[in-house]
Design a binder for this molecule. Structure first.
Ligand SMILES: [Zn+2]
Length: 217
């Protein structure tokens, strides 16, 4: 569990005593050692805490003073510029403690929902929402397509999972078990309709396994 969630935690810097300037995520979503590798390579203190890189001038003012082993080369200036841009507006506040921040929600507070979303970026990104929620399609059909894509239509296999004691057999072909993917795509009776329909357009197509992938296809 620790390994699962650790990558999504970062820091909100207060007094900067427990946050590593180069190695922790506290400014943006990537540690500076990864965002600015060539600057990290010449950094004098790679283990510096954030407060060691900040020079305070009074209570609410100060400047960032990272130290490097040698003067910069021309080609490193672009990275220096980007580092300074990142640091712009950030400051160390002596009167506040550093806090852990959950990076996957806007308010920085952990929620299971945001973790779930973070762990499934690919499948959420490739959900066929534009095809389903389309203004040319009647709402009840859109809703059915949405249910079918998530596999939430109450076909016999789902009723069984809900504890109904019944035999699962497709009403159309009487051979396979019923699921939404079978009913809409793979059943031999359904397939006859698809073949007929596709033949009008001269298309022959191998169907993906699920309704969602079919809509994406
Ligand atoms: Zn069938």
């Amino acid at each position: 569990m620790g390994q699962l969630v650790t990558p999504f935690f970062g820091f909100e810097v207060g007094d900067g005593k427990i946050v590593s300037f180069w190695k922790d995520k506290w400014c943006g979503t990537t540690p500076f050692c990864k965002a600015f590798p060539s600057l990290f390579a010449i950094a004098t203190s790679k283990e510096a805490w954030v407060n060691e890189v900040w020079t305070a001038e009074g209570e609410r003012r100060g400047s960032w003073t990272p130290c490097f082993n040698r003067p910069f080369n021309d080609w490193e200036m672009e990275e220096v510029g980007r580092l300074l841009c990142c640091l712009d507006g950030k400051m160390v506040r002596v009167d506040e403690e550093d806090r852990v921040r959950w990076m996957e929600s806007k308010n920085g507070i952990f929620s299971v929902k945001s973790l779930y979303r973070a762990l499934q970026p690919v499948s959420l990104a490739s959900f066929p929402s534009k095809i389903i929620w389309n203004s040319y399609v009647q709402p009840k059909i859109s809703f059915f397509a949405w249910e079918a894509s998530w596999g939430r239509v109450l076909t016999l296999d789902r009723l069984q999972k809900r504890g109904w004691a019944l035999a699962n057999r497709c009403f159309l072909c009487q051979t396979c078990g019923e699921s939404i993917d079978h009913r809409l795509l793979h059943c031999e009776r359904t397939r006859e309709v698809w073949t007929l329909l596709l033949s009008f357009f001269g298309v022959s197509w191998v169907f993906p396994y699920s309704v969602k992938e079919t809509l994406l296809g």
